[in-house]
Structures are given as C-alpha cells and as structure tokens.
Design a protein around this ligand. Structure first.
Ligand SMILES: Cc1ncc(COP(=O)(O)O)c(C=O)c1O
Length: 380
C-alpha cells in the first residue's frame, strides 16, 4: 500500500466492536477479564489500549517498521529509550540538536552513569574516531533543529552496525512522508508527534518505531515499566492528524521552499538555511536522502538581536511561539526560546546566533505569508 493509503487504513480498518469507521477513544483505565486467568486482548491501559494501538500500528507502517510505540510527549519517547541503556554505556550524540534533547542527555542521562559524548557526525572520520569499546548507540537528528544541517544516515548507520552500535534518528522535522530512516539502515526512529505527525498544534506526543523484534520487546518493556505512554484521547487526535499527513506535508514543503527562495533575495537577510536551496552546503545529500524538505527552516537577519527582535515583534500572521509542524505558521528566536536550555557557549559553537530565526511555515496561502514577512522586514 502507498503512504496515503496506509495513513488512513494502516491500523486495519473499522473498529471491530461496532464497525466505527474512525477508531473510538477507548477512555478506560482497565479492561474486564473474560474469567480467571483469562485476560482479553488488553488488560490495563498503561500496558496497552486499543486507540493507542491503532496509532502505534499506523506510525509503524508509515515508517516501514514492525512495531510502534506512542508516548505522552517526544521527550517521554526519548527518556524511555535512554532508560533502556545501562550505566557504563557510551552514547555518541550529534553535536547540534534540539535543546530539550541536549538538556535530557547532559542533565539527566549523564547523572545515571551513561557516558554521553557529543561529536560532529557530519565528519565521518571524527565519528569513527569517537567510538569506544562501550559505545552502544549513535544519536542523530536530521535536519537538525534549528540549523538545518543534515546527517548522512546510510553512512552513519553502516559505521554503527560494523561496530555493534545502534543508530537512533529523530525524524520529527520531516516525518516519514519525506524521510524513512529505517530504510537507510537506522535501527530506531523517534518522533515528537506534537509536530507534523499530529499537525494541528492541539496535542503533545511522541513515538518510537523499530523493525527488530528484540528492540521492540526492549522498548515495550520500558514503555510499560516507566508508564510513559500517551492517553487514548491524545492517541485519537494524533491518529486523526495522520490521515492528512501527506497532503499537509506537500503544502508545508511548497510554501516553505517558496518563502526560503524569496528570503534569500531579500536585502535584509544575511543567510537562509534550507536544504532545498542550492546554497545549502548539503544540497546533494538532501536530494539523495529526503524526498522533500518539510516546512521548517531558519534564516539570519542582517544585524543581531535587535534586528531579529524587530522582525519577530512586527509579524502579524505568523505567531511568535515555540513548536513547529502545525497548520498555522509559527516563528521564534532559538537563542532565547527553544534552545535557551543549551548553555550560551555551546549554543554559539553550534551556530545559534542572536540573529537566527526559525520559522515553521504553515499551510496558509503563501502570498499572505510573504506579505506578512515583507511588512515586518520593512520595520527592521
Ligand atoms: C526535533 C525534536 N525532537 C524532540 C522534541 C521534543 O518533543 P516534545 O516537545 O513533544 O516533548 C522536539 C520539540 O520541539 C523537537 O523539535
């Protein structure tokens, strides 16, 4: 089945109880046993729930995996996966990624005896040199948030496999519609479903998808042991959002590329970081690895904080807000908003400067979005 069909029918069709076309919200904490020692298919909603299962099966099918797991947030998905490693394990992490992931790794995970080491994985030689005998996993995010750097997932996962380590990829920015890491050799795909997968800025959620049955068992055990799953209401919303994922991603992609091309010619813009522009240093990798660029990218205004703030305070249609991937356009200042949890020196080393702005382009009409940015830039 093709992507669009899986997005709608991936969980197996109408609900078996009454034939409801849309999966019902099984708002229950527990399920009746059929008799002594005879649980039904589900027994307790932390361990499993039919609405959540429909979502998990759909996400797994969209990513080309065999098992999916849905969580209360993207961070809950990350925390659950990281809890499945042991003290003494070494995890290599790409050195430019979402601020919340950076905080979890440096302030929580490292406290539990897991060795976390940052390395620039765009340089495969540096990556190879960073391996230790206890390296168990490589943690990647591509494109990176907010700098839009790309990682070569096929090359990186080949290196990891040869050395007995797992590769994890945060696929939040592109969704499986534009990038399928498992097909490239990655072992574990992770999402903040808060973003494109749900797509309507009305729920927070996370997901993990794997292919390997042993990994599926490991993730399931930790999801259940930690209780990090999402509730049925949120699962329903994300499942509903997924049904339009393909058409939303097409619209996000089209609008964002048009805006990036327009910004690149604007005299008040220093640089546009968008992998669909020929000026992007990894344009060739983008063509090879992704089938589209998504709706989020970043740009630098000429000047510094003052100019960035002037733009941000003068937009009218774009909402000044964190998050991304919803139908409405959002704009934000990574240095003081999404990436404020990264210490200033690390932030600057990554390239998150004061004039950097991240934009999540929605599916409004592109002419209105450009007109809004134009009037705001005129005030910078
Ligand atoms: C790339 C990426 N991964 C993970 C997360 C965390 O997800 P959540 O906010 O749903 O916990 C985010 C949130 O912005 C993100 O952008």
């Amino acid at each position: 089945m093709k992507f669009q069909t899986i997005a709608i029918h991936g969980h197996g069709g109408p609900d078996p109880a009454y034939g409801a076309v849309m999966t019902p919200i099984y708002q229950t904490s527990t399920f009746a046993f059929k008799g002594i020692l005879e649980p039904g298919k589900f027994d307790y909603s932390r361990s499993g729930n039919p609405t959540r299962k429909a979502l998990e099966d759909t996400i797994a099918a969209l990513e080309g995996g065999t098992a999916g797991f849905a969580f209360g947030t993207g961070m809950a998905a990350e925390a659950t996966l990281l809890a499945s490693f042991s003290a003494g394990d070494h995890i290599l992490v790409h050195d430019d990624l979402y601020g919340g992931t950076y905080r979890l790794l440096t302030s929580v995970v490292a406290k539990h005896g897991i060795e976390v080491e940052f390395v620039n994985m765009r340089c495969l030689d540096s990556l190879k040199a960073a391996f230790k005998p206890n390296t168990r996993a490589l943690w990647t995010e591509t494109p990176t948030n907010p700098l839009m750097n790309l990682l070569d997932l096929k090359a990186i996962s080949d290196i990891a496999r040869e050395r007995g380590a797992l590769t994890v990829t945060d696929n939040t920015f592109l969704s499986p519609y534009f990038q399928r890491p498992l097909d490239l050799g990655v072992d574990i795909v992770l999402h903040s479903t808060t973003k494109y997968i749900n797509g309507h800025s009305d729920v927070v959620g996370g997901a993990i998808v794997v292919k390997d049955p042993a990994l599926a068992e490991r993730i399931y055990f930790h999801q259940n042991a930690l209780g990090t799953c999402c509730g049925p209401q949120d699962a329903f919303l994300v499942l509903r959002g997924i049904k339009t994922l393909a058409i939303r991603m097409e619209a996000h992609n089209r609008n964002a590329l048009a805006i990036a091309q327009w910004l690149e010619k604007h005299p008040k813009i220093e640089q546009v970081l968008h992998p669909g522009l020929k000026s992007h240093p990894q344009y060739e990798l983008a063509q090879r690895q992704m089938t589209g660029y998504g709706g989020t990218f970043s740009f630098k205004v000429k000047g510094g904080r003052k100019e960035a703030f002037a733009l941000l305070s003068n937009v009218k249609l774009h909402t000044l807000a964190e998050s991304l991937g919803g139908v409405e356009s959002l704009i934000e200042h990574p240095a003081t908003m999404t990436h404020v949890s990264v210490p200033e020196d690390a932030r600057l080393k990554m390239g998150i400067t004061e004039n950097l702005i991240r934009i999540s382009v929605g599916i409004e009409h592109v002419d209105d979005l450009i007109a809004d940015l134009e009037q705001a830039l005129a005030k910078v």
